[in-house]
Design a binder for this molecule. Structure first.
Ligand code: GRF
Length: 218
């Protein structure tokens, strides 16, 4: 990546921003050697913007009408923040192939399922309806295919007999808050990168997503 100093992050949110906050806290505590230089939202009333401001982070809302307008303003803001990496964290717009190509290898997303299962929306409901015994979350590099880019890491969460969509979502979210900092840390440490369509970890191609253990029972 040829960067000097700490990894600089732009975090793109559309709503609550709890994953953004988890990454911000990991940075602030020193667990993650990175800094958030911009929190950007496509909704000026996103709750996560107030959360970010309360953490002393720079925020920006871009409520542009068209996708082209939004993406050119977003790219300008990300670049002005000198971000090495952009993190999608509950960001609900589908980005164009041009935008994704511009940030190839520097754009991550967190998705609440064990990809490739349950791409798209309502993942918890679909996991319950499918009778899945395990569910979870994934962090992946973003490509033009929705929720389809190379997966860096995952966390598995057991589906409990009494689970509702809400209880399962809450338990997965708790684990997401551990998973995103884990993925970013590997990149901050210079250990992990995207090369073409392969992920290299310590110079070797990753054959399967890394897994972190759930800390549900601890
Ligand atoms: C998370 O479940 C994330 O995986 C999904 O959207 C949700 C965002 O939550 N993409 P938050 O805004 O980070 O609290």
């Amino acid at each position: 990546m040829g960067r000097r100093g700490r990894l600089r992050l732009a975090v793109l949110i559309s709503g609550r921003g709890s994953n953004m906050l988890a990454v911000a806290r990991a940075c602030a505590s020193g667990r993650l050697d990175a800094e958030i230089t911009l929190v950007l939202s496509d909704h000026s009333d996103a709750a996560g913007l107030a959360t970010a401001s309360a953490q002393g982070l720079a925020t920006r809302a871009i409520g542009a009408a068209s996708r082209e307008q939004f993406e050119s303003a977003a790219a300008a803001a990300i670049d002005a923040a000198s971000a090495d990496l952009a993190l999608l964290a509950g960001f609900m717009r589908v980005l164009s192939a041009d935008f994704v190509t511009l940030y190839a290898g520097r754009l991550l997303n967190i998705h609440p399922s064990l990809l490739p299962s349950h791409k798209g929306l309502h993942t918890h409901r679909r996991a319950l309806r499918a009778g899945d015994r395990e569910h979870g979350a994934s962090v992946h590099f973003v490509t033009a295919e929705l929720d389809g880019g190379p997966v860096i890491c995952q966390v598995r969460v057991p589906v409990l007999p009494a689970d509702t969509e809400q209880s399962l979502a809450a338990r997965v979210l708790t684990q997401e808050h551990r998973l995103y900092p884990f993925a970013v840390d590997l990149i901050a440490a210079g250990r992990l990168e995207l090369r073409g369509s392969s992920i290299l970890l310590d110079g070797r191609e990753l054959q399967a997503p890394l897994e972190i253990e759930t800390d549900e029972n601890s």
